[in-house]
Structures are given as structure tokens and as C-alpha cells.
Design a protein around this ligand. Sequence first.
Ligand code: ZN
Length: 282
Amino acid sequence: MSATIVTFPEGAVTGEATVVQVAGDVVVLDATPFHPVDHTWPDQPGDDGLLHAGGENARVVEAVMAATDASGSLFVGEDIPVKRGTEGWTWLVGHRLDRPAPAWLAPAAVVHAEVDAVRRGGLSRGHTACHLASLALDLALADLWRKDPGPDALGNPDFEGRANQTSRIHEDGAVDEYRLGKSLRKAGFDTEGFAATLADRQQRINAQLAAWVAAGSASRVVTDGPTIIDRRRWECDLPEGTASIPCGGTHVHALSEFAAITVELDLPDPQLLVMTTTATPR
Ligand SMILES: [Zn+2]
């Protein structure tokens, strides 16, 4: 078996494929348009949709990462005991069904894979909006650094890279959590100054996001190869320059697909910043 070929980076939502392995409710195809949730950084949920052939239908509840070891044993999602890319392992996309795989979904069967395109569209907008909001956040907080924390994808002080703890993407939005603890203060970030100017920072981020949406810049996923294990990154041609960020998710083709992107900043406790991003489709 070889690594699953993936077509979601180009934006595909349908495709023909051959079943290569079945284990309980998980079906592995040789190629797929389904984007799987990443088991180590689960920011964007896996796609859902259908597998069908000859009038038969099977519902995919979520695409997940899967991998086989040297002996051919299949591990799925969080049960994968090694890091992504570990040698001797074959990396796959698993299609988790809502029931054990029916007999017609057997190895060598040719099936049609069909992603729920409406949900995918919402997740792609949510993911692009999430990255743009992070870049706007870095820019709006740039003057709060007393030491250089290193550059982000636009060359601004990388608050995102230093403080981001979790990122959860949903249709047309995202929620990001940032740790404002002792180590960030030691790295030179003015946490008190930030807390005192929260409303002003939020306003700056939203003004920047409005300018980027108005520019309607091109956005894309760039890959190093065709399989699920090849590195992928998101690129966006912003007026300030092309931003390039390592990313395994799906994205819009242009910022003109948005009517608006806005954020809300919240400090539920002094050590935790929550940024809630909302995208409005055009
Ligand atoms: Zn991403």
C-alpha cells in the first residue's frame, strides 16, 4: 500500500477511487477529495459526505488520519502511536462511516467519493479567516513587544507563534486561545499594556481585516507533492506581500469570497486571550 493521494488541496470535492483497505467502520481509498482532521493539531474538522457505487450509498461522518506500520496493521486518528511522517509507516486518509462498512465497499471496489461541499465551503472560509485574523492580531500587537520574538509570515512580531495554544475552526469562523503567562512576559510582551488597550486592539484588527477583504487577494494551498503526507502551506497575496504559512487545511481561492471578517477579543482570565473570528460569505 502507498500513501493516499489527496485532491482537496486544489479544492476538489468529488472523485473516483479504488478501495484499498477496510477495517470495521473505516474505509481507505487510493485517492480522495476528503480532507481529514489532523490527529496531532486538530484545528479543522474532517470532511463528511458520501461514498457511492452502483446505486449503493455509505455515509462518511468524518475523514480522519490513518497509518499502517511495517506489518500492515492499521491505526486510526488518535490511536496512531507515532508522529506524522515517521519512517516505516504508510500515511492514509480514513473515511469513518456511520456503521460498519457494507459488503460492496470491499478492497478493489471502485467508488465515487463526494464531500459535503456546503460544509467544506464554510470550513475553508473559517480556516482562511482564522489565518488572516492571526496575522492582523500580530500586527495590532506589534508595539507591545520590548524584545523581538521573531517574525510572522508578514514580518511582524510573531505573537501567534509564541502564544497560540489551540485553534478550532468551524463553518465561517474560528476560536483561538492564547496563553498570556509568565513565559510570554519574559519573552518581552507587555501583558498589562495589552489588557489596558484591548478594545483599541480589537478595533485595529477589524480595520485591517476589512482592508484585506476589500483587496480581494488570491489565496491558495501549495503542496510539495500529491499525497497526504507531503507538506502543504497556505499562501495569500496580501497588499503587504505574500503570506506563506505551513497548513494542512482547506482555504478559499480569493478573499473576494468574503463580505466581511471580524474578531472579538476576550480576556476570561488575565492569562488567557480568546479570539473569536466570524466570517460572512459574500
Ligand atoms: Zn491552517
